[in-house]
Design a protein around this ligand. Structure first.
Ligand SMILES: [Zn+2]
Length: 499
C-alpha cells in the first residue's frame, strides 16, 4: 500500500535589527529566492533550512514545497515599511499559492522589526494562519536573540530555537524543527507550550552557552527537550537593541501534552536566570583608558568595538575609537573596518595609488562626527568575498583599502558581518601583521582575535549596539526592565499555549 504523501511548505524570513541604527533596512538588503531556488540555495548548506531539507530528504513520503526566502545579507536598522510590505506580500503569496500542504516549516529570526509593524514574525505567522487555516501544523524556528511574542507562539504549533551562542547549531535547529513537524503531522505528539517572560535585557561574555554562566539555563531547557515528554526548549535573551513592545528575555518549553512539566521547568529556569542577571553584563573599559593601555602595550592588541557590531544591527560607521587614537597621537599600527559610502566613492574617483582627503566615519549614524584624514588608496574592489565562518559569500559593495600613516582601513559601502577575519583577508590584510586591531563584534571565535592577542579590551564606546544598554534610550519595551530601571520586581508567570 502506498503511503499518502506529506506536502511540507518551507518559507524563510530572517533579519535582526537595532532600533538605534538610524539607517532604514531596504528590500535590496535581503537575499531573496522563490520556489525551487529556496531548496537549491540551502541543500547541503549549514543553515536551518539546510538542516530541515536533510531530514525531509530522508523521508520518502515527504514532498517538499519550497516557497520563499528573504534573508538579510547582514543585520541592520529598522526595515522601512514599504520594503517590509513587499517582503510580506511575497512571503504570503508563496503561502497562498502552495496548494494542499499538510504542514509548514517557517525559518525565522525573531528580531526583525519594521517602522510600523514591530512584530514582523508574529504578523507573518498570523497572516499565514489566516490563509492555511487552523488545522495545518506550523513549526517555526527562531534565533535565541529573537523577540518572542504571544502572536508567534499562538500561531505556531511549536517553536524551536537555537541552543548555542556563538551560534553553531543552525543546521541542527532546522533538523529538530523538521523532525518535530513530522511527529505532529503523524499524530504522534500533541504540543503544549509554556512561556515565561523575564523583565531583563542581557549582553556579554557570560551569555556564551558553552563557557558562560547562562549556559546552565540553556542546558536545563535542553534536558527537558531531550526528556521523554520533551519536544522543544530553550531560552530567548532577545536582541537588546530591538526596541519593541515585547522585548525581554523568555523561557520557552514545549512538551508532549504535559503542561505541568512545561510550566514547572519553565518557572524554575526563569528563576535561575533572574538570580544570575547581575552577572550577565559585559565589563567595559572606558575609551580613554583603552587608548592609554594600548599605547603602553608592546604585544598584539585587540580593541573590541561591540557598540558598532554590524552583525547585531549597527551601522558600522563608528570612528569613535579611531578618533580617540588619532587625537592621542597613537603611534602603533592599527587595522580597522569602516562602513563609509562617500569615502569609497571618493577613493574610486581618485583611483588606486591616489591620495584623497576624506571625512571618515559618521556618514550614516549622526552620533559620530566625521574625522578628516589624508589617505592613500591602496586597493579598490567590488566587495564580494567568501567568508571563513560558513563558506558563503558576503558583499560589502564597492570597497576601498585606505592607508593613513599608521592606520589601515578596510572601507566598505555597505555593512557586512565582521565576526571573523574575512573582510580583512579579502583586502589582503592579516590582523596579526598589525599591532592593533579594532574588532566590531562582541564575540568572535577565540582563535581569530582573542587567542593571539596580548591585550584584549572590551571598549566602552558609543554606538547603536552598545553593551551598556542603558545608554541607548529604549522607549518601546515594557518597563520597568532590568537594568534600564532601578527597581524591577519579578513575579514569574507561565503562559500556556496549545493548538
Ligand atoms: Zn543570534
Amino acid at each position: 500500500m502506498l503511503c499518502p504523501m506529506l506536502r511540507v511548505l518551507i518559507c524563510e524570513c530572517k533579519q535582526e535589527i537595532s532600533s538605534f541604527n538610524p539607517v532604514l533596512g531596504r528590500y535590496e538588503d535581503f537575499s531573496v529566492s522563490f520556489g525551487q531556488q529556496v531548496i537549491d540555495a540551502h541543500r547541503g548548506v549549514g543553515s536551518e533550512v539546510g538542516g530541515a531539507i536533510s531530514v525531509f530528504d530522508g523521508e520518502p513520503e515527504v514532498e517538499m514545497v519550497p516557497g520563499y526566502s528573504a534573508v538579510a545579507i547582514t543585520s541592520g536598522g529598522t526595515v522601512a515599511d514599504a520594503d517590509f510590505a513587499r517582503i510580506a506580500q511575497e512571503f504570503l503569496e508563496a503561502v497562498r499559492s502552495a496548494r494542499d500542504v499538510d504542514g509548514i516549516y517557517f525559518a525565522m529570526h525573531g528580531a526583525m522589526a519594521a517602522q510600523t509593524e514591530h512584530d514582523v514574525e508574529g504578523y507573518l505567522l498570523q497572516e499565514a494562519r489566516k490563509i492555511v487555516g487552523e488545522r495545518i501544523p506550523i513549526v517555526t524556528s527562531l534565533d535565541l536573540h529573537g523577540i518572542l511574542t504571544d502572536r508567534i507562539v499562538e500561531h505556531s504549533n511549536a517553536v524551536v530555537l537555537y541552543h548555542t551562542y556563538p551560534h553553531v547549531d543552525f543546521f541542527e535547529t532546522g533538523q529538530r524543527s523538521a523532525r518535530l513537524l513530522l511527529k505532529i503531522l503523524r499524530g504522534e505528539v500533541r504540543p503544549v507550550t509554556a512561556r515565561v517572560s523575564i523583565p531583563a535585557l542581557v549582553r556579554g561574555v557570560e551569555l556564551r552557552t558553552e563557557t558562560g554562566k547562562w549556559g546552565s539555563c540553556v542546558r536545563r531547557a535542553i534536558a527537558v527537550e531531550n526528556g521523554p515528554r520533551g519536544l522543544s526548549g530553550g531560552m530567548f535573551i532577545g536582541n537588546p537593541f530591538t526596541d519593541v513592545p515585547e522585548l525581554c528575555s523568555n523561557v520557552l518549553l514545549v512538551t508532549d501534552d504535559d503542561a505541568a512539566l512545561a510550566e514547572r521547568e519553565a518557572l524554575a529556569i526563569a528563576n535561575e536566570f533572574w538570580g544570575m542577571r547581575e552577572h550577565l553584563y559585559q565589563q567595559l573599559t572606558p575609551l580613554d583608558e583603552c587608548v592609554r593601555l594600548a599605547a603602553a602595550e608592546t604585544g598584539h592588541t585587540v580593541l573590541v568595538d561591540a557598540a558598532d557590531a554590524t552583525s547585531s544591527g549597527a551601522s558600522g560607521d563608528s570612528n569613535a575609537i579611531l578618533r580617540a587614537l588619532v587625537e592621542a597621537g597613537y603611534k602603533r599600527t592599527v587595522l580597522l573596518p569602516l562602513v563609509d559610502p562617500p569615502a569609497v566613492d571618493a577613493a574610486f574617483l581618485a583611483g588606486v595609488g591616489a591620495t584623497v582627503h576624506v571625512p571618515l566615519g559618521g556618514s550614516l549614524d549622526p552620533r559620530f562626527e566625521p574625522l578628516e584624514m589624508e589617505c592613500k588608496v591602496r586597493m579598490l574592489f567590488d566587495g564580494r568575498f567568501k567568508n571563513e565562518s560558513h563558506g558563503s559569500y558576503w558583499n560589502g559593495g564597492r570597497s576601498a583599502l585606505l592607508e593613513s600613516g599608521n592606520y589601515m582601513m578596510t572601507v566598505t559601502s555597505k555593512a557586512v558581518s565582521l565576526y571573523d577575519r574575512s573582510l580583512f583577508y579579502a583586502m589582503g590584510q592579516d590582523p596579526l601583521d598589525f599591532d592593533t586591531v579594532i574588532v566590531k563584534s562582541p564575540h568572535c571565535q577565540f582563535h581569530m582575535f582573542e587567542g593571539p592577542s596580548k591585550l584584549y579590551l572590551n571598549v566602552d564606546a558609543p554606538g547603536s549596539t552598545s553593551a551598556d544598554v542603558r545608554s541607548l534610550g529604549h522607549t518601546r519595551c515594557a518597563r520597568p526592565m532590568y537594568p534600564l530601571d532601578a527597581e524591577v520586581a519579578f513575579a514569574p508567570v507561565a503562559k500556556l499555549f496549545r493548538r
